[in-house]
Write a protein that binds this ligand. Structure first.
Ligand SMILES: Cc1ncc(COP(=O)(O)O)c(C=O)c1O
Length: 395
């Protein structure tokens, strides 16, 4: 397909939305697998079908090990993190239950919880995060009640990059027998997640960010003993005579044909991450991020939002420019400088309200595995020039 612009000149710094470009070898290998055995897995016994089924089963095992889960059958695929979080939230909570979450959540947690509160008799508390963007685990503990059924926390912020203290929260939930889930959309594939070691009962993930798969795949890694009611029903390819949906995982939460190409992307994405090293990728991104943050902090008229600490941090940065609407800054970055950024509330209205950016939001730049030092230099120069121009207008 012909594009009206040259992709190779784009400085892509919107990796928190989705990583781009995906490493070519992942796409090539996933497409090759799909081209050679992209049939409906688990539905029949012919060789092609078994090959597709084996890829799906192997990827369940790999992701289970990757997240420190214990039972690959409890690795359930969904369309993305939002879909997975809906399965979780609607499948765990029921009338009379209480849930605790935080103000740094994405709408894919906030909205399902709010719907449960408005429509299904569930009570919900969103605990404010501290000034550094981290939630105080004691503040979460203080909200726990005898009827608290679910604590769900954003693992890494898509607005200001903070990573939450999940170990401390998990320990308290475990003591009280409360299901503790994390939204790992931003962290899966970037920082280690070990459910057993950290007391996390359920990990919700999406494939298209740091796991480097195509869009349209995500899922839940569900710990032993966590029961999630199915909220959709249909074909599984197994036990078709049963008039009701199967109780066993993974069928329990999967209905209909899965995304084989997406699952292949996850399989080869994990292989890429292992070969390059998750720690090495993270270090690469954080080195670039530190330079980006330093460059923007030095630009007059630019305000950085959230903490500037590099501890407990993802390479995601929010800023505003005095006298400039964030969406105009995004347009200028795109049109004048070829820098792809995200503007506005980034689907996380509560943290923006808390930071005082609830009306117009911020400009967000987020670093990914394919970014280079040159990208950071170009972005710093572009933002500095836009800020200088804004100063000249208001002077
Ligand atoms: C923290 C967080 N949660 C959930 C999501 C939703 O992910 P998806 O759009 O893949 O469902 C995102 C995506 O931006 C996110 O950043």
């Amino acid at each position: 397909m012909d594009l009206p612009f040259d992709v190779s000149t784009v400085v892509y710094l919107d990796n928190a939305a989705t990583t781009f470009p995906k490493p070519k070898e992942i796409l090539d290998q996933a497409l090759a697998a799909y081209a050679s055995f992209g049939v409906n897995p688990g539905r029949s016994g012919y060789d092609l079908c078994l090959a597709a089924g084996n890829l799906v089963a192997q990827t369940r095992r790999e992701l289970t090990a990757f997240f420190g889960g214990s039972d690959p059958n409890r690795l359930v695929f969904a369309a993305n993190a939002t879909d997975a979080l809906n399965l979780l939230i609607q499948g765990v909570l029921t009338e009379g239950d209480h849930a605790v979450s935080t103000t740094i959540e994405h709408n894919s947690v906030i909205r399902p919880l709010n719907h449960m509160a408005r429509d299904r008799g569930v009570e919900v508390d969103f605990v404010p995060v501290e000034r550094d963007g981290r939630v105080d685990p004691r503040a979460v503990t203080r909200r726990l009640r005898p009827n608290t059924r679910l604590v769900i926390v954003n693992h890494g912020s898509n607005v200001i990059g903070t990573i939450q203290p999940v170990v401390e929260i998990g320990a308290e939930c475990r003591k009280r027998g409360i299901t503790f889930a994390i939204d790992a959309s931003q962290t899966a594939g970037m920082v280690p997640i070990d459910m057993r070691a950290t007391g996390v009962d359920v990990v919700a993930f999406t494939g298209h960010k740091s796991l480097l798969a195509p869009t349209g795949i995500g899922g839940l890694c569900i710990g032993d003993g966590v029961e999630i009611r199915p909220t959709r029903f249909g074909g599984t390819g197994v036990n078709s005579v049963n008039p009701y949906h199967l109780e066993e995982y993974p069928y329990r939460l999967e209905a209909g044909t899965g995304n084989v190409l997406g699952i292949a992307g996850l399989h080869f994405g994990l292989a890429y991450i292992e070969a390059r090293g998750m720690e090495a990728i993270y270090r690469h991104e954080m080195t670039l991020f530190a330079a980006l943050q330093e460059g923007l902090a030095a630009a007059e008229g630019v305000t950085l939002h959230g903490t500037t600490s590099l501890e407990h941090r993802l390479p995601v940065l929010s800023f505003t420019i005095a006298g400039r609407d964030p969406s105009d800054v995004g347009t200028l970055l795109d049109v004048e400088y070829g820098v792809a950024a995200r503007t506005g509330l980034q689907c996380a209205p509560l943290i923006h309200r808390q930071m005082g950016t609830g009306a117009r939001g911020t400009v967000r730049l987020s670093v990914g595995p394919m970014n280079t030092t040159a990208d950071i230099g170009a972005a710093v120069e572009a933002v500095s020039e836009i800020a200088a121009a804004a100063r000249a207008v208001t002077a």
